[in-house]
Ligand binder design. Structure first.
Ligand SMILES: [Zn+2]
Length: 79
């Protein structure tokens, strides 16, 4: 029997060390499904666009959708 003790799995590369950003942004879908009629609701609210190129929404933002079929408006709070 060969008893070779091989140790090759010493991975030192830890990917993400810090995942705590104050200005974390969330993504809002461009379209959602209307719960009333099953149609497509389109995003009305535009995401913010910073000068440094970052864009999106922040947790707690209210985004509005308009259904193209029944014209209902839906306000969704982002998490
Ligand atoms: Zn609808």
């Amino acid at each position: 029997m060969s008893d070779q003790s091989d140790f090759y799995g010493s991975e030192t590369g830890h990917g993400t060390g810090h995942d705590e950003r104050s200005g974390s942004e969330v993504l809002a879908p461009e379209q959602i499904l209307c719960v009333d009629c099953g149609g497509t609701c389109h995003l009305l609210t535009r995401p913010y666009l910073e000068e440094d190129g970052s864009q999106g929404f922040r947790p707690g933002d209210i985004v509005a959708y308009r259904c193209s079929d029944c014209l209902d408006r839906w306000d969704i709070e982002l998490e």
